[in-house]
Write a protein that binds this ligand. Structure first.
Ligand code: SF4
Length: 212
């Protein structure tokens, strides 16, 4: 890591020393369903829906989802959008994990579950199993390109590859969450707070002048 990378990592660690996964969950199974629901939906909305989907008194298990059945699951998760696809994925994951009894930590085994794409698999690896992974969402993609760590246009996979090439693995898990919070609170898409940004002096984004 060069001096700039080190400064970015340490500044974000100071800003968000205890960054926690924003999706509420009590088990890896609940986290997986919440991440599936979060595609094209805000975490805040997912957090209002999962209490309706999961039992109140204990962590949700695959059998609870199968007992609800597709129609009830679809009705509950409707406000999250893409509810037909998400219902298939949620019920499919419940069936698959009921058989095996576990949510796997291995990337390929996670990807083999219905509706689990590379980003979801990496979020589970990183946020639950603490396996270094660096999933790139819209906030991370934007922030890393503005800062000049990535130069990837619209290609989020390239952003992940470029970031992983220069940031030490030991920082990936925390940095992933810190960048999401920073992208939501400071380096927002439309009105970034460049005037108050602690990284403004190293940020490479030419348009930052308009927001200072
Ligand atoms: S200066 Fe502006 S664009 Fe650059 S990282 Fe900070 S908030 Fe984002």
């Amino acid at each position: 890591m060069n001096k700039v990378h080190t400064e970015i990592v340490s500044t974000l660690a100071e800003l968000y020393p205890n960054a926690k996964a924003p999706l509420r969950h009590r088990s890896v199974f609940e986290l997986l369903l919440a991440v599936i629901l979060s595609a094209q939906c805000t975490d805040a909305r997912v957090n209002t829906i999962t209490p309706l989907l999961f039992p109140a008194e204990r962590a949700c298990e695959p059998a609870d989802i199968l007992a609800l059945g597709e129609d009830k699951v679809r009705a509950i998760i409707r406000p999250c959008g893409y509810f037909n696809q998400k219902t298939k994925a949620i019920v499919g994951v419940a069936k698959a994990t009921l058989k095996t009894g576990i949510v796997p930590s291995d990337f390929d085994a996670l990807r083999a579950l219905p509706g689990v794409g590379p980003k979801t698999a990496q979020v589970i690896q990183s946020q639950w199993f603490k396996i270094p992974a660096f999933p790139v969402d819209t906030h991370i993609h934007r922030v890393l390109n503005r800062l000049g760590i990535a130069h990837s246009g619209k290609n989020r996979d390239k952003t992940g590859r470029e970031a992983k090439a220069v940031i030490d693995k030991k920082y990936w898990i925390d940095l992933h969450l810190q960048l999401i919070f920073f992208g939501r609170q400071t380096c927002t898409a439309r009105k970034p707070k460049c005037g108050q940004c602690p990284l403004a002096h190293i940020c490479k984004w030419p348009d930052k002048k308009k927001f200072i």
